[in-house]
Design a protein around this ligand. Sequence first.
Ligand SMILES: Cc1cc2nc3c(=O)[nH]c(=O)nc-3n(C[C@H](O)[C@H](O)[C@H](O)COP(=O)(O)OP(=O)(O)OC[C@H]3O[C@@H](n4cnc5c(N)ncnc54)[C@H](O)[C@@H]3O)c2cc1C
Length: 387
Amino acid sequence: MTLTARPANPTAPRVAIIGGGIIGLSCAFELAIRRSVPVTLFDPAPFGRGASWAAAGMLAPAFEAAAEEGAHPHLFDLCHHGAELWPAFAADVGQAAGTNLGFSAGPSLALAFDQDQTADLHHLARALDERGIAHEELRPVVARETEPAISERLVAALHLPTDGQVDNRAVVTALIAALQACPHATLRNEAAPLEDNGKGLHLPGHDAILVTAGWNTAAVKVHQNGDLFSLVNWDTSLDEINCIGGQMMSVACGPDLPKMTLRCGPIYIAPKADRVIVGATMEPGIATAAPEPDKIAQLRADAARLCPAIAEAPELETWAGIRPGTPDRAPLIGATATPGLFIAAGHYRNGILLAPITARIMADLILGGPVMPLAREFRPDRAYTTA
Ligand SMILES: Cc1cc2nc3c(=O)[nH]c(=O)nc-3n(C[C@H](O)[C@H](O)[C@H](O)COP(=O)(O)OP(=O)(O)OC[C@H]3O[C@@H](n4cnc5c(N)ncnc54)[C@H](O)[C@@H]3O)c2cc1C
């Protein structure tokens, strides 16, 4: 442990964080370790084992945001600024926990194997041109020299220097270790006893409450006069969070498998130090509990079109996760109508990418400091508008 905590700030509010996925853990890291603010993190389930464990760890502002139809008009800006915060965040978290997070700032390759996919790549390139984001069209022969694992059926490729990755499981493990060693942070493996005390929302011993319970955020419980209400019913200015199921698998690393992250439509191959992740299904409205063999087999077959060696690579693990979504595919970040109650949830398919920027915004808001103007666009009470 080399990132030493300073003494607690005696004037800081005592913050309760409800939900210990990457968003809650990152907010706790920003508050307790970077800013010496006392924090209690509540989660009745094992910390870090929700969507944040299921994810692929791609940090992909270009591919994710520029290609998304119908997304919040400023989502790309949030993703782009979020990616800029990752190098320092990875260094600080890695240093605090004394571990390597497998962080790489980029690049990734977006691939096309037929006419429709080539049209999608051109659409992506135009969107990146309009925003002045670096990218380069590669001839198939050049792309295959860069990453020899790609199928020889490749038709077109786009080099995305801004799209990196991290080992998301290493990140949440490191965040937990760093917080456990921090004198300003308390991790409680239980639900927070939130109560309506007649004046508002109350949690004994705390001045501010930040809910980061992923797709369960709306369902967090509040005690009122002996009854239990879901947060979304108790504070009716809040909104439901959608769930979008996703199934994935990992295979063993091997000499014929990719070393770079490869993307093609919804299919991707994301190599980590000890496994190669193959993803992912998109299943709106499905709180998928377990992976289904037929969907996993289809996923492997689809990924083998990008990289033939995937077909025979030894399977390590299959799993299912739930992306927390909103109607405009952007997170809800900020204060609510209830004094002292803050929300950071609904990060959909970019929660790993957006963890450091969410943590910075939430810490600035809770501590009353200057907040980046972009944050206003993602207020929980916003009207949904799409690009
Ligand atoms: C298959 C898949 C692939 C993905 N790939 C990527 C990717 O490559 N890059 C990327 O940026 N994002 C990716 N994502 C999205 C990303 O994983 C999520 O946006 C992110 O993990 C959300 O983090 P979270 O902390 O809000 O939620 P979670 O990680 O789900 O954490 C929420 C926590 O809240 C807890 N909780 C629930 N109810 C309560 C309660 N009442 N009280 C206290 N705690 C509670 C849960 O136990 C859980 O620990 C992917 C997601 C999936 C499913």
